[in-house]
Write a protein that binds this ligand. Structure first.
Ligand SMILES: Cc1cc2nc3c(=O)[nH]c(=O)nc-3n(C[C@H](O)[C@H](O)[C@H](O)COP(=O)(O)OP(=O)(O)OC[C@H]3O[C@@H](n4cnc5c(N)ncnc54)[C@H](O)[C@@H]3O)c2cc1C
Ligand code: FES
Length: 287
């Protein structure tokens, strides 16, 4: 069992947890992920390693409550345990001194971009970070990102903090600036954001790495659930990724696969919320 040591509410729908998992912490690297199961009947939830401490033997996860499983996870508290915590999975981010790089995090994607920005900074790169969210309440880790960045640009859709724009707008300005030579861009966030980041960098020929969050089932390369179409053929996100050359991804195929189980997911949430209400009413009746 994997104990939850601490919990932080970063926004209405985003929560952070430190999990005791020394064997994962020993080997964890930026860019990798874990697959979590709440209990023996639970769905497998892939989550990026947002941070780790080898000394304390802990892994930090940050997750957005989207559907049934992440909502259930969000209800757990320090002292509770998770049934399984498999990892580290996937290939670590390739870290070198590339020169000037741009790290982009959208929404909950700010969590996985943080250890990458930190590792790139430690490797001697000049790091320009752009983080964005729909609104101020959904933005987190601004100060942590500032510490690992030479320059930090904040964007919100509604302008409630930082600049009122999508993250691709400052990216384009940076690419247009003749004083900048951008060696590489990393983008993590909703698939639609990553798609538009790659469309922005493509005309400038700047290599762009994205971390794909496809639907996963077994996480072993056997089920095909996480298959993604690239220019040079299909790959599996769990074993070949999660990072890929964004210019090679067939985004339309990925976006349509992500919405494949929308109806089933909606039904699972409705059933879960209904059961919660009944359980709540029973508990209340006992008081
Ligand atoms: C390698 C990897 C790393 C990830 N890292 C993180 C992370 O650090 N933090 C985090 O919050 N999430 C992360 N995700 C996404 C996370 O796994 C899913 O959001 C979660 O499994 C949803 O489970 P659920 O049962 O709560 O929701 P579901 O009922 O499965 O889905 C609810 C809604 O979310 C959409 N959805 C489901 N799965 C995904 C997905 N993978 N990407 C985008 N939309 C999805 C569905 O279309 C649906 O509308 C990662 C996914 C992968 C593959
Ligand atoms: S999740 Fe099954 S092949 Fe990747």
């Amino acid at each position: 069992m994997y104990k939850i040591l601490s919990k932080e509410v970063l926004s209405d729908v985003v929560k952070l947890m430190d999990i005791e998992a020394p064997h994962v912490a020993r080997k964890a690297a930026a860019g990798q992920f874990v697959i979590v199961r709440i209990d023996e009947f639970g769905e497998r939830i892939p989550l990026t390693i947002a941070d780790y401490s080898r000394e304390k033997g802990t892994i930090t996860i940050i997750f957005q409550e989207l559907g049934k499983s992440t909502m259930q996870l969000g209800k757990l508290n320090p002292g509770d345990s998770l049934a399984s915590f498999a990892g580290p999975l996937g290939h670590p981010t390739e870290i070198e001194n590339f020169g000037t790089v741009v790290c982009m995090g959208g929404g909950v994607g700010i969590a996985p971009i943080y250890p990458i920005a930190r590792a790139l900074k430690e490797a001697g790169n000049k790091v320009i970070s752009i983080i964005g969210a729909r609104t101020k309440e959904l933005l987190f880790w601004e100060e942590k990102m500032r510490v690992v960045s030479d320059e930090l640009i904040i964007c919100t859709d509604d302008g409630s903090i930082g600049r009122k724009s999508l993250v691709t707008e400052p990216l384009k300005e940076i690419l247009d600036n003749k004083n900048n030579t951008i060696a590489k861009v990393w983008a993590i966030g909703p698939a639609i954001m990553m798609k538009f980041v790659t469309l922005t960098t493509k005309p400038y020929n700047v290599p762009t790495i994205v971390s794909l969050n496809t639907i996963m089932i077994d996480g072993t390369g056997m089920c095909g659930g996480c298959r993604v179409l690239l220019e040079d053929g299909a790959q599996f996100v769990c074993v070949d990724g999660p990072e890929f050359n964004g210019h090679k991804v067939d985004w339309d195929n990925l976006l349509s696969r992500l919405s494949f189980y929308k109806n089933e997911e909606k039904q699972a949430v409705e059933h879960y919320e209904h059961t919660c209400r009944i359980d709540g009413a029973i508990v209340k009746g006992r008081e």
